[in-house]
Structures are given as structure tokens and as C-alpha cells.
Design a protein around this ligand. Sequence first.
Ligand SMILES: O=P(O)(O)OC[C@H]1O[C@](O)(COP(=O)(O)O)[C@@H](O)[C@@H]1O
Length: 403
Amino acid sequence: MQSSFLLPTPIANSNSPPSLSLRLPPPSTRTFSFPTGLGLFSVGGRTRRQLSSLRAKPKMDLSGGRGHRTLLEYAGKGGADVGDDLAVLLAHIQHACKRIAAVVASPFNAELGRHGGGGGDGSLSSGRDAPKPLDIVSNDILFSSLQSSGKVAVMASEEDDVPIWITDGGPFVVVTDPLDGSRNIDVSIPTGTIFGIYNRLAELDHLPVEEKAQLNSLQSGNRLVAAGYVLYSSATVLCISFGSGTHAFTLDRSTGEFVLTHPSIQIPRRGQIYSVNDARYFDWPDGLRQYIDTIRQGKGQFPKKYSARYVCSLVADFHRTLIYGGVVMNPRDHLRLVYEANPLSFLVEHAGGRGSDGKSRILSIQPVELHQRLPLFLGSLEDMQELESYDNVQQKINPGYEV
Ligand SMILES: O=P(O)(O)OC[C@H]1O[C@](O)(COP(=O)(O)O)[C@@H](O)[C@@H]1O
């Protein structure tokens, strides 16, 4: 059988794209793909005309003709111009997240999963310090980056009991869940970092350190200056909003840069996917059961049967929802207002969606405790409105599930 192939010809001028010479396949032969420098071209079964139109197609340009735009270019003066302080902080956060991406993917850390190694006192029988679980390692990485940025007054982390005061002059407050979904890490399921950035409240500067650390960290979500997450998955994706649109950048491992791949994300007004831990069905209130039963059968406001997807890793479930639409939820008091619900609600709202506790808009809730937990529903506007029209969607009992 004659095979088909495309050969890159020598490049005479490095500014011009490589041209392709081709021998056409007989009709309906197998499909082959070849790297050409312009991406993978699949040629099986295509006519010469189809191929030349493929060749003529320009590469997708996300930067208005200036090449791929990186996160730091985007945030800088030629882009969103978020201000020097925030740009510096962002540079440190993205650096920390690249390190976390490397740590969670490393074969040498795989066994550290949730519980870490060694004895209860943190030591090994050999006398060395026991390795730390990956969520603690991630917390340490973020802390050290925030500290070296010089831009952070206080960091409040899901991993720490109390917020840590870093520097008096720091203009920002950072709240974070450094490694969400870490319970899945032993089996290489995606994980993520979530962060929110507030301005330091200068009017609290006169208070004792513990008090001002606490109060700065308890700001309501509608005061967020920026929020984001980093998904550690088949690709490492950093999604961020500075309060004007939600944009995602994918890590280019060849350059180490986050490159803008999803500018101005708009969550579809309707999705066809719901994301929840279905095993809790019998602990759900009637309203939530009815809602899920209805959309599953295609009997809701959108006359299509919904599909279920649940990774059990909030960042992954949220990222899919942001791109494909639908709703992602955890109806019990489990996820944290400060570290998870507020940043993700900020992102979904700036993409045209909604974040709610089943009754109220998340960003309007005033946190009263740092580690406060609540039911969380995030998603497409119309799906969220339909969900909230069922009065009773918050799971009040929380029997302490083992897995
Ligand atoms: O057990 P549930 O209710 O399905 O909760 C799963 C959720 O908990 C999380 O693992 C976060 O919980 P932790 O902060 O305790 O790890 C999310 O990533 C996930 O969406």
C-alpha cells in the first residue's frame, strides 16, 4: 500500500514558515501525522486542495500579532498593567507554582501523598527529618516565594492554624489553599493551588500583629484584587482574574513561561454537566435530590439529559466547569470560604457565572472565621439560577465520610 507523507523542506529563511512538499495518498488510505514545525498535520484521505488550505491557515495568534503573550507580559505595562507591586507578586506566585508542579510530578515525591513518611515526631529512625507531605511542602514553597517578593504583609493558608505576618510594608494579603485535592495525589489525579489577593488594610496597621493578621485575612470576597488557581494536570494551567475578565495561561515547558491560551473566558450560560459526589445522595436535602434527578432525566429548564463528572479535586472540577459550563458543587459544609470559595467565585463571576452557597452570593458573605466551611456551588448563570430555585440544596448533615 502506498503511504502518504509530508516532508518539511529546508528552511531558506528562518523568518518564513517551513513549506511542505507532499505525495498525495490514494483516496481513503490510513491517516498519518507529522511534526512540521507548524503543529501536527493529519493528511490521510485529504485532497491536494484541502491540504493547501491547511497550509495557508495562519497559526492562531493570541496577542494581536506580537507572538504568544506570557503571563508577565499580560500583567505588565503593555498589557493589563496591574501595577508594579502586583506584577512582582505575580512573578513570585507563578514561580512557586512551577516549583509545586515539579514537586507533585516528581517520582521521588510520589510516596509522600497525604501523610508523609517517618515517625509521629517528624523524624526518621535514621535521625534525619521525615519528608513532609506534599501539601506542607507546597505551603512552604508558597510561603517562601511570598516572603521573598517583599509584597505580602500577611499570608493565610489552609495549612496553617493562624495567618502569618510577613512584612509591615507589604501592600498585599494572600490567602491560599496551596495544594487542593492532595488526597488524590498518590494516584496522579490532578491537584491545584488556589489563591486570592487583597490589599492590606492600612487602617489596621496600629493593631497588634495577631489581630491585624486575622482581620486582614477575613476580608470579604468582594474586596479581592485578584484571584487565581493553578491546575497541575496533563498541562499546568494558571487561571487568573485581576477583576476584569478571567484568563488562563498554560505552562510551556520548553520555555518555562505561562502562555496565554484562554483569553477572556466566558463560561457558557448553560452547561450539560453536573459535578458532585453522588455517593452522598442519601444525605442530601430534598431540594438537591430533586434538582439532580430532574436535570439527569433532561426534565429541567434545559431539555437535555445532563452528564456527571466528578474528579474529587476541586480545581480540576472547577476548571472543567469554567470551560464547558454546568455546575460544580459540594453541598456539605466542607470547602473553605476564605481559601477556596471566594477565589473561585471571583473567577467564575468574572467569566460571567455565579458562585453561591445555595442561597447567597459567596462574594457577599462576610467571613467570621478563617477556616470557615460552607456549601459551595459554582457554575453557569442559568444552571445556577435553576439550582437555587430549588429552595433546599444545602446538605445540613455531615456524617464524617471516610473517603
Ligand atoms: O469528600 P467530598 O465531599 O467529595 O469532598 C471532596 C472535595 O474536598 C477536597 O478534596 C478538598 O478537601 P481537603 O481540603 O480536605 O483536601 C476537594 O478537592 C474536593 O472537591
